[in-house]
Design a protein around this ligand. Structure first.
Ligand SMILES: [Zn+2]
Ligand SMILES: [Zn+2]
Length: 400
């Protein structure tokens, strides 16, 4: 599991906090002092709870592994103990004494010396993201396979997420797709001018990928605090980036630098009406940038999940109201602090650099989105009138 042994920064979304801007501001780590103002002992010698040998700073306090695990267990499992001695077991406790057995007082002692349960809330935050990721992937992989898709405005109108379809529908049969099925799906439309019919277990990924991200976004508490227009604006300028990041990480997890689909397809050859130069630019350059960066950085799952949450709380999305902006900034600060703590705990002195490097991926994703939209302007000139791509046209700003 993960240790959060290092100091956390203030989580208030003030303008100087690294949490408040996509481009990482210079880090203002309070690494010499904790929130109480007391200096950290950087080489702690004894556990401030039991005077045993400290192994580091756990939950904001120099402590031993035993006291760290004790505090974690009590906090996470919300255990309640009773003391038969009016909570006085540690009153005269000093170094060298036998450690009192009372667990109620040991927990009180942990809190009294400053152990901070917020640190374990951070791991709850990550656990929730891991859980949501499983649900999102289930939705992606399930047998729900709509032919008609809503527009983005329609999709965000309903606050209830359909991400649970993943459980209801169960996995899509026949994945990875057999070569014959892929070949069938890629045949030219026998009735040009009408909508192409796909084999039953082939999804319309251009739209389904985006729908997946919108339905995932709806499961975040903050999302339902936004009004309908703010939900629309947020998704219009964030869904494509979140989807690109998600697809890139999927490739990385599957140890390839190519874009691949969950059904086992590599990218389909584009329809004939798209000039090859645009498609090459899109597929060989623009779409692959995020993948190569994640591979080079050896981005971990937790880093990916936190980055995706930060990206989703896009307080910089154009046109959203100031109320929405404030809500998103607060949310983003939460995930940004969690990412900082995570990188600090896992990379020590390299932590801040790692943190900045991960946040820089957001710049890359923003450029990628802009380039995709630019290429789309040209592709649109060639697109037959009957081809309808709801959701995709919304996030590409096709008809704005
Ligand atoms: Zn201890
Ligand atoms: Zn006691």
């Amino acid at each position: 599991m993960f240790d959060y042994d290092l100091p956390s920064v203030s989580s208030s979304p003030s303008s100087s906090s690294p949490a408040s801007n996509f481009s990482p501001a210079p880090l203002k780590l309070k690494d010499k002092y904790r929130k109480s103002g007391k200096p950290y002992q950087f080489v702690p010698s004894s556990c401030q709870v039991c005077f045993g040998k400290a192994t580091g700073h756990h939950y904001d306090v120099a402590s031993c592994n035993g006291c760290k695990s004790f505090f974690r267990r009590v906090t996470i499992e919300k255990l309640v103990y009773k003391c038969d001695n009016h909570m006085r077991c540690y009153n005269d406790f000093k170094a060298g004494d036998k450690i009192p057995k009372c667990r109620a007082c040991r927990y009180k002692r942990c809190v009294d010396v400053g152990m901070n349960p917020l640190e374990s809330q951070v791991s709850d935050l990550i656990k929730n993201l891991v859980h949501l990721d499983l649900k999102t992937n289930k939705f992606r992989d399930c047998s729900y396979n709509p032919v008609d898709f809503p527009t983005l405005k329609e999709a965000v109108k309903d606050e209830i997420s359909i991400i649970g379809y993943g459980d209801r529908f169960g996995p899509m049969p026949g994945w990875p797709l057999a070569p014959e099925v892929i070949e069938e799906a890629r045949k030219p439309n026998p009735n040009p001018g009408t909508r192409k019919i796909l084999p039953a277990n082939v999804k319309r990924w251009l739209m389904y990928d985006l729908l997946t991200i919108v339905e995932m976004a709806k499961t975040f508490d903050f999302f339902n605090k936004l009004n309908e227009m703010d939900r629309y604006y947020l998704c219009r300028d964030t869904t494509l980036m979140v989807s690109n990041l998600t697809k890139a990480y999927f490739s990385v997890e599957n140890k390839t630098d190519q874009l691949i689909r969950a059904d086992g397809q590599t990218l389909a050859p584009p329809p004939k009406w798209i000039p090859k130069e645009y498609m090459d630019k899109l597929l060989l350059d623009i779409m692959k940038r995020a993948i190569s960066t994640l591979i080079r950085m050896k981005c971990t799952k937790i880093e990916f999940l936190l980055l995706r949450a930060i990206l989703l709380c896009n307080a910089a999305a154009p046109d959203i109201s100031s109320t929405a902006r404030a809500i998103l900034q607060t949310e983003r600060a939460k995930y940004t602090v969690a990412l900082l703590n995570y990188t600090m705990a896992n990379h020590g002195l390299e932590g801040p650099g790692r943190f900045a490097e991960i946040l820089n991926i957001i710049d890359l994703l923003e450029r990628q989105q802009k380039d995709q939209r630019d290429v789309n302007v040209f592709i649109l000139l060639y697109r037959p009138k009957h081809v309808k791509l709801p959701l995709l046209d919304d996030v590409m700003l096709s008809f704005c």
